[in-house]
Design a protein around this ligand. Structure first.
Ligand SMILES: C[S@@+](CC[C@H](N)C(=O)[O-])C[C@H]1O[C@@H](n2cnc3c(N)ncnc32)[C@H](O)[C@@H]1O
Length: 289
């Protein structure tokens, strides 16, 4: 069974407002996670992460967040559960189809002459966005020259992504998205199915590399022509967003493209980072040459 469906999720409940004491405990828990395990959530938007921690505490029937910290530090298995809660992995194939249509119609022509096209999906979750891009590049006859690096901090998500198996019941929606994104084949050509899952063609895997990478603590590992980091930085505070934008800027080739999520922007960039608004409504920006 696909790991994504077996994992226990703790979802956010907007009604949860941490008390002052819980705020202190949350800070201690985040510090403990960083000091002990190197996972740094200290620059994440506090409201969302606080709610998730409180939900986990309640799911474990623990009296305090401090008790949760104690478990995370001393008991095997707790860390993993908490990490799953803190990584929000909601995704879909051709999410925001107009973004992919713009990518196909406006960005792809600018990539055509490159001998090799390197694309980084940062925060790829379970891979739906990655397979969407792979299919798009295949349809544009650029797959042979494309190398996709797909990274996430969440190992379990990556294991699921590598399998390229997505719930069959979602294929109707994904097919609609694919068509809206400019696809013109039968989407089912790209996968085989059993009663539960759609398995995307292993051919797509040839040029895909999945790897664990944490945007907060790890450095750049290549120079890319395209970086997609969609619906990830929305969970980061302003300082962390700036830090990660610096990482992306330094990892982009001149004239390279960065694509963000629909609710994300490049409004408050650190000094020295200059992008051209290539398609601002689709949040596609281009590094100035
Ligand atoms: C909401 S999903 C977005 C997936 C996909 N990009 C999309 O737009 O559909 C956010 C992903 O970002 C990952 N993430 C969050 N913080 C991260 C970090 N510091 N480094 C790498 N990945 C991170 C999470 O694990 C999660 O898989």
């Amino acid at each position: 069974m696909n790991q994504t469906t077996t994992m226990e999720f703790v979802t956010e409940t907007d009604a949860i407002v941490p008390t002052e004491l819980q705020e202190v405990e949350i800070q201690l828990l985040l510090e403990g996670l960083y000091q002990m395990y190197g996972y740094d959530f200290r620059g994440y938007v506090r409201g969302s992460i606080g709610r998730r921690i409180i939900n986990r505490m309640r799911a474990e029937r623990l009296p305090t967040i401090t008790a949760l910290l104690e478990k995370v530090l001393h008991e095997e298995g707790y860390l993993e559960r908490l990490l799953n809660d803190l990584s929000i992995r909601m995704t879909e194939m051709y999410r925001d189809p107009s973004f992919f249509a713009a990518f196909r119609n406006e960005v792809v022509p600018k990539l055509r002459d490159l001998p090799e096209i390197r694309i980084w999906h940062a925060g790829c979750a379970t891979g739906e966005e990655v397979y969407s891009m792979a299919i798009l590049m295949m349809e544009e006859d650029l797959w042979e020259r494309t190398k996709i690096y797909a990274t996430d901090m969440n190992e379990k998500a990556l294991t699921a992504a590598q399998k390229g198996a997505f719930p069959l019941k979602k294929m109707q929606q994904y097919t609609k998205n694919y068509l809206k994104a400019g696809g013109n084949k039968a989407f089912s050509e790209y996968y085989t199915a059993d009663h539960q899952f759609a398995y995307f063609s292993p051919i797509l895997n040839d040029n895909l590399t999945f790897a664990q990478h944490n945007l907060v603590t790890d450095s750049s590992f290549n120079e890319f022509h395209v970086i997609l980091c969609r619906n990830v930085m929305i969970y980061f505070d302003a300082a962390l967003q700036q830090k990660v934008h610096r990482l992306f800027y330094d990892s982009l080739a001149e004239g390279g493209f960065i694509g963000l999520g629909s609710k994300e922007s490049i409004l408050s960039m650190p000094r020295g980072i200059e992008y051209e608004e290539f398609n601002s409504s689709e949040k596609i920006y281009r590094k100035k040459t």
